[in-house]
Write a new protein. Structure first.
Length: 653
């Protein structure tokens, strides 16, 4: 019988021999991915729907989650073809629909003699026995009424090759059926329930990869990311596992790389991957647990919920996974609490924007969540952090924002005293509103007790310690935060070093980050500020220019360059001051920021007047002024010392 061979780029796919080659070298690809690749190649560039794939590849099989089967097969195809899903050369994803094979394919037919002469046993992946999709098609002659690439089903009669005794073929077929059934059961029920105690795979650390959004609507990305975030949080609370933070795994969103490779980079031995789709008020989520070193499938499950039940889904899923891995932590039954689907959705949108976009865009969604459901504690915690973060960044007027910050924090912990984020918000209120260091630390420690993996709490604690001149402690605590989540705030360690006036170390830390990507605007801003504090004025001006340039803000970049050429670094500061005064006519600009610019120009009276204005406003930016050498010339001034004493900071003069 003739065989169809598909040639594209440096690859050759022989459907009859069930083989894939790159430049003449045979590549390993398991059964289902191979069948799917053949199906895509046969499609001649036409869209192949997920429904068609499921029907063609899994129609007669039981105990199989086809959605995850398709996702896994596509991932393995991309791995072997070295295809980038963001810029695909071979397999293009049509969101919510299916896949299209995009390269130019040359199709030719080979004779039976060519197939038999060149035939070699297909390569089998090392973990094939443990995976139902890893079995190669048996070397059998197809019936005349079957296509050459037809896969015989377990209950089909197959005519054995004449040189093989019938009883050998029968035993081989029986063995294949037995192994296949066992593999399916293992994949469905989890190895932990079937293997002997000594053979159970051990997973002590876990990464939850971003759930794929299969809704067919990119606008639902926030929902998929929110479910990932909540599942991560719940699993950290409900198990003894070391669970990698949300932001650390978000770098792998949409990146289809080998799971063992991702696991090595994150330092984990288990990976949870899956997808979520929302249509109307219905939510469908599928997840599967992988032992990373062997890339072995341990457990999978699908969940279907309506909007009213989706809030409890992350907790339920986390508890199931923890039990599967024998790492569950005894939990008191949660107090039944009805959560409005609309409030939960608004909260997820706020969290998504808080992580990925400007803080001011997140605030309205947190506020909406509390308006839709006034007894929803996470919404109040998010709202409090929005107010606090915006005030510390100098974007919100403290006279207008600190009161709502404290009120929201109190509301959060009153509604749910077990919410770590609520105690983090309360710590912020004590620190920023009341300048009460002891109670701020008590609340941050409570947040850490409730959620030891909450990197945000450790980071905020480091900022408190830096304000109190306890810099070695601050650096140690920030190190803990960075270990928990190195990607959420990659600049945070440099911040702690800078506040401790360890400028060379801070500069080195940022330069190390820039080696990977030399065009990160915030990294150049940190370099600018570190050089500025160290007194390296030329380098500071250059880095400030790069901050604007790589932030696609070319006009200010040109202004900085021109000012430095005309009058050196002092001219750059005068331009900054003029620009800030223009901004103050349309939005809030902190007087402490204006004081910092005047201090660099040595303007004593203007600086003190602006600091006093910030003191009357209760500006949080005052909490760290002792760490900035621009204010050192004021340390002997009575007005400056009055401010430091009034805040209650231990003097650094």
């Amino acid at each position: 019988m003739p065989s169809t061979v598909f040639e594209f780029d440096e690859f050759k796919l022989d459907s009859g021999r069930f083989e894939l080659y790159r430049s003449g070298r045979s590549l390993k690809l398991e059964r289902k991915p191979m069948e799917l690749l053949i199906l895509l190649a046969e499609s001649e560039g036409q869209l192949v729907s997920r429904t068609e794939i499921a029907e063609r590849l899994w129609d007669r099989e039981v105990f199989v989650d086809t959605e995850h089967g398709i996702n896994t097969a596509i991932r393995k195809i991309r791995q072997v073809l070295r295809d980038d899903p963001e810029q695909p050369r071979f397999v293009q994803t049509v969101t919510g629909k299916g896949y299209r094979f995009v390269p130019t394919v040359e199709v030719r037919r080979t004779s039976t003699e060519e197939v038999e002469e060149n035939s070699q046993p297909p390569a089998v992946a090392p973990d094939a026995v443990a995976r139902p999709d890893a079995f190669p098609i048996p070397n059998a002659i197809p019936r005349e009424d079957q296509p050459a690439n037809h896969t015989p089903l377990p209950n089909e009669a197959v005519t054995p090759h004449s040189s093989i005794p019938l009883w050998v073929a029968a035993l081989g077929g029986l063995a294949a059926i037995v192994v296949l059934v066992v593999a399916i059961l293992l994949a469905k029920r989890g190895l932990g329930k079937l293997l002997a105690h000594g053979a159970e795979p051990t997973i002590r650390s876990l990464a939850i990869l971003p759930l794929d959004n299969l809704s067919g609507d990119p606008g639902q990305d926030y929902f998929a990311d929110g479910m990932t975030d909540e599942l991560t949080t719940m699993l950290a609370k409900n198990s003894t596992l070391r669970v990698i933070s949300r932001t650390s795994v978000m770098q792998y969103k949409g990146v289809h790389r080998p799971l063992p490779e991702i696991a090595r980079e994150l330092g984990v031995d288990g990976v949870l991957e899956g997808s979520v789709a929302r249509s109307g008020d219905k939510v469908h989520m599928t997840i599967q647990l992988i032992q990373a070193p062997s890339d072995t499938h341990l457990w999978a499950e699908s969940y279907d919920r309506d909007a009213n039940d989706v809030v409890s889904l992350p907790r339920e899923t986390a508890q199931t996974i923890a039990k599967q891995l024998k790492s569950a932590v005894p939990q008191s039954p949660p107090t039944p609490r009805l959560v409005s689907p609309e409030a939960h959705d608004a909260y997820l949108r706020g969290r998504y924007l808080w992580f990925t976009g400007p803080n001011e865009k997140a605030g309205p969604y947190f506020k909406k969540a509390t308006e839709l459901q006034p007894d929803y504690a996470p919404g109040w915690a998010g709202l409090s952090v929005y107010y606090g973060g915006g005030t510390v960044e100098g974007d919100l007027n403290p006279e207008e924002s600190l009161g709502p910050e404290e009120a929201a924090a109190i509301k959060a912990i009153t509604l749910d005293d077990s919410l770590a984020e609520g105690h983090l918000a309360m710590s912020g209120a004590f620190f920023l509103v009341h300048w009460d260091w002891a109670r701020a630390e008590t609340e941050i420690n409570r947040a850490n007790e409730l959620d030891p993996n909450l990197a945000e709490a450790y980071h905020f604690h480091a900022k408190i310690l830096a304000a109190l001149n306890r810099h070695q402690e601050a650096i140690a605590v920030q190190k803990k935060a960075s270990e928990l989540d190195p990607f959420e705030r990659p600049w945070a360690m440099a911040l702690s070093l800078r506040e401790a006036r360890l400028y060379d170390a801070a500069i080195s830390d940022i330069q190390h980050l820039l080696e990977a990507d030399p065009k990160i605007p915030w990294a150049h801003w940190f370099l600018y500020d570190s050089y500025r504090r160290k007194g390296m004025e030329k380098e500071a001006a250059q880095e400030l220019e790069k901050t604007f340039l790589f932030g696609d803000d070319k006009a200010p970049a040109a202004s900085v360059r021109h000012a430095f050429q005309q009058g050196g670094y002092k001219a750059v500061v005068r331009w900054q001051l003029s620009d800030a005064k223009k901004d103050s006519s349309t939005k809030y600009v902190s007087p402490v920021y204006l004081a910092t610019l005047n201090a660099q120009l040595g303007r004593r009276e203007e600086t003190l007047t602006l600091l006093e204005q910030g003191y009357r406003e209760h500006s949080p930016l005052l909490l760290w002024i002792q760490n900035d050498p621009a204010f050192d010339f004021l340390h002997s001034d009575g007005r400056y010392r009055f401010i430091i004493k009034g805040i209650g900071l231990p003097p650094a003069y």
